[in-house]
Design a protein around this ligand. Structure first.
Ligand code: SAM
Ligand code: SF4
Length: 461
């Protein structure tokens, strides 16, 4: 899942009609991020980087052919090509603004993630323009991973060749379903007929890794359509498969349909069924030789060295956010860009960083963030946390860990906590208990976030 969210954000706007515990994309919750963080963001930009912190780039391409009914990302459809060209130029200008700040100062990029929206909406020429523009400011000859998200119906040989020529190591294909009627009903712009050709184009261009995204529980999904889709996915032998359980935040067309404002057009599986479908699909993938590397992703062959973006980010790496509504973090300060395209373009055009809001994490926040995000991997070792933060996470989070153990969703053994299969399949539901009390959880941080700061956070300042 990529690093932008439309407003309102899922954690602020969970549908009362959809009791699914929300996907935890980041921490602290987006509701705590405010424009007041601007001085902290400026200070982080002007200070040297924290030692041994990898740096990555997240680039948001907000254009799509069509808005899917379930989508809550920041996307624009039917935009004139002049605007797309201006946007790609704006990304290069924004990259240059970051490159001259002290926190960046010649650092090489460990990873680059181009997400959306639909990055493959760009033409081959626009892709080249995008990469040339970014590379004018950043050196990524040693970048371990460069991911580019694609919607199958927009994939073309020339685009894949442009990606390969610029060192893209991983293409992620938003397949979602293999059923023609389901794709149509859920508002996807592509059809089932586009999937295999898109996959072949990425392979033929020599892209080293291809990931397939599926969604468990689209409108109209049945046992038969889901199973058939999983079988076809496995038959393709992608390098990895990511499965999201359908979420229905309040800013989606599906949410409005569930409220009765629009025709749903089909049945929607309940939360338990969506989870079971994801679980059965992952069981089939494991039986086919894949390894679970998180609650959402199974990887074929050796999982080491794959998902640099995810692993680095979940371990507190820096990430520069480029593009409308993109978010990132530098030296423990969260940053989110302006959510409106005209404003973003105008601000970048003025030579101004187009930041809208952020959040300066306390040491307690950083600890919680890394614990919950890494818990999504299904296995957590307390020793790296003791080395990095000087605390025993089994003590700090004893309450939430006990709850997990009592529910049979995981166990601590020696230095490691391991989630059970059932725990991993609903890991997001386990995470809010790890949040600091100020952010609605059960935990008092070990570093004693100062009382005044707690009050500020409670007030949303
Ligand atoms: C930015 S999209 C991927 C690229 C491209 N936009 C596409 O859809 O083909 C990232 C992924 O988020 C997932 N996603 C989007 N909305 C979702 C929702 N409401 N619930 C679960 N997953 C969702 C989909 O699996 C999608 O592939
Ligand atoms: S194509 Fe992807 S980003 Fe665009 S609306 Fe659909 S899910 Fe959202």
């Amino acid at each position: 899942m990529t690093s932008t969210l439309d407003t309102p954000t899922p954690d602020a706007a969970r549908s009362p009609l959809d009791a699914a515990p929300g996907f935890v994309a980041n921490y602290p919750p987006f509701g705590a991020w405010t424009p007041d963080a601007m001085p902290a963001i400026e200070a982080a930009l002007d200070a040297p980087p924290r030692p041994d912190t990898p740096l990555g780039l997240y680039v948001h391409v907000p254009f799509c052919r069509k808005r899917c009914r379930f989508c809550y990302f920041k996307v624009y459809t039917e935009r004139p090509s002049a605007e797309i060209r201006a946007y790609v130029e704006g990304l290069a200008a924004e990259a240059a603004l970051y490159a001259r700040r002290r926190v960046v100062d010649g650092r090489k990029l460990a990873y680059v993630y181009v997400g959306g929206g639909t990055p493959s909406y760009l033409s081959g020429d626009q892709i080249r323009q995008l990469f040339d523009g970014l590379r004018a400011s950043f050196d990524w000859d040693t970048t371990a991973e460069l991911t580019y998200e694609c919607e199958p119906g927009t994939v073309r040989p020339a685009k894949m060749e442009a990606l390969a020529a610029h060192g893209v190591t991983r293409v992620s294909l938003g397949v979602e379903s293999w059923d023609e009627a389901l794709l149509e009903l859920n508002g996807r712009a592509h059809g089932a007929r586009h999937i295999e050709p898109a996959y072949a184009m990425a392979r033929d261009a020599g892209i080293p890794q291809v990931n397939i995204d599926l969604i468990a529980g689209m409108v109209g999904e049945t046992e038969a359509t889901w199973q058939a889709g999983v079988e076809r996915t496995i038959a393709l032998e992608p390098d990895s498969v990511t499965i999201y359980q359908m979420e229905i935040p309040a800013n989606t067309a599906l949410f409005r349909a569930l409220k009765g404002e629009e025709d749903l057009g089909g049945t929607l599986a309940d939360v338990a069924t969506r989870r079971r479908w994801a679980s059965e699909a992952f069981e089939a993938l494991v039986a086919a030789g894949y390894t679970m590397t998180s609650g959402y992703t199974a990887v074929r062959g050796d999982p080491d060295g794959k998902f640099v973006y995810r692993n680095a980010l979940w371990q507190g790496a820096d990430m520069i956010p480029l593009g409308v509504s993109a978010f990132g973090q530098l030296s423990g300060v969260h940053i989110q860009n302006d959510k409106h395209l005209p404003q973003w373009l105008e601000r970048v055009g003025r030579g101004e960083l187009p930041v809208q809001r952020g959040y300066a994490m306390s040491d307690d926040d950083r600890l919680v963030r890394e614990v919950i995000l890494q818990l999504k991997l299904g296995r957590l070792d307390r020793r790296p946390f003791a080395a990095k933060f000087g605390v025993d996470i089994f003590d700090v989070f004893d309450g939430p860990f006990r709850r997990i153990e009592r529910a049979g969703f995981g166990a601590r053994d020696g230095d490691v906590v391991t989630l059970t299969w059932d725990g991993l399949m609903q890991v997001d539901a386990l995470l809010p208990a790890f949040f600091l009390d100020v952010h609605g959880g059960d935990v008092q941080g070990p570093f004693g976030m100062a009382m005044a700061r707690r009050q500020e956070v409670r007030r949303g300042a």
